[in-house]
Design a protein around this ligand. Structure first.
Ligand code: PAF
Length: 292
């Protein structure tokens, strides 16, 4: 099989897209920061099914990292990513560098207001402004018909859907379920930071989500009761430091005191120095292989 083509310039990417669209092709697009895992693969496979052509972007976006965060150490491996992309049927990888995306003089930002504020927006000020700006730019460059995002970054998906609606962007945003390791850990490029012991400790996140959704599905709607359960599970894990445990409406992210089927429980927890996020729609629950 020939090597997959990698485009690094905005101009070339636009030319490729323009030619594809001129032929009437639909374009599926999976934006990523690379260091691909099975979660990304599920997005690429779905993209492959839905569109005539499949574009993957790999760009570790500096503007969504705060001071002191892991921009420099974020894992990168373009040759491994290319292999995974090829196996998933990607037609082209767009992998610009930071100067290409943010040339000198850059000063325009996309800011989605209310839904960007709580949860990760509160813990990581400016994070979603960086995400929405780069995603808007990528949409303008790639001009996709469909764009695929994982539900693991639940707030990100909500913020992007809001941006697309508010700015009348002509792209269909598709959210896909979180992919988990056999023992329940949500797939994330940042899992590579965890030591073996930390990785074990990190299972407290999926355990806590599962316990809360089990309570909900047994008839408990009190968020206070579910929170108590979650705090107990996370509190018993000595390595875990809670950033937030929040019950929010799954569409507008407003706080909830009584849960319903669309309530999302979102967690951000530090295990050692690694900050992990995970979530569950309490009415839907989660499963993983070793639990079944
Ligand atoms: O989810 C990610 O990997 C990033 O936030 C995204 C959407 C590619 C924007 O940089």
């Amino acid at each position: 099989m020939p090597d997959i083509s990698i485009i690094t310039s905005v101009r070339e990417m636009r030319e490729w897209t323009a030619a594809a669209r001129a032929e009437g092709a639909t374009i599926s697009f999976v934006p990523t920061m690379g260091f691909l895992h099975e979660g990304h693969a599920s997005l690429m496979r779905e993209g492959r099914k839905r569109g005539d052509l499949l574009v993957l972007s790999i760009f570790v976006n500096p503007t969504q990292f705060g001071v002191g965060e892991d921009f420099e150490s974020y894992p990168r491996n373009l040759s491994r990513d290319s292999e995974i992309a090829r196996a998933c049927g990607v037609d082209i990888i767009f992998a610009p560098d930071a100067r290409e995306m943010y040339p000198a003089g850059f000063q325009t930002w996309v800011n989605v207001e209310t839904v960007s504020l709580p949860l990760c927006g509160a813990s990581r000020p400016g994070h979603f402004r960086g995400v929405t700006t780069v995603v808007a730019k990528l949409f303008n460059i790639v001009k996709p018909t469909f764009a695929f995002f994982g539900e693991k970054d639940f707030q990100q998906l909500t913020v992007i859907r809001r941006m697309v609606d508010d700015l009348n962007m002509e792209v269909e945003v598709v959210g896909l379920p979180t992919v988990r390791e056999a023992d329940g850990l949500a797939m994330s490029s940042r899992n590579s930071y965890l030591s073996a012991a930390e990785r074990k400790s990190a299972l407290c996140l999926s355990r806590a989500l599962d316990a809360a959704s089990t309570l909900y599905r047994s008839g408990v709607v009190s968020v206070a009761r579910m929170r108590e359960e979650v705090m107990g599970i996370l509190g018993r894990e000595p390595e875990a430091r809670i950033d937030y445990v929040e019950f929010r409406d799954g569409e507008n992210l407003e706080e909830r005191e009584l849960a319903d089927d669309r309530t999302v429980l979102a967690l951000a927890v530090r295990i050692g120095s690694t900050r992990l996020i995970d979530n569950v729609i309490v009415g839907r629950g989660i499963t993983w292989k070793e639990k079944c």
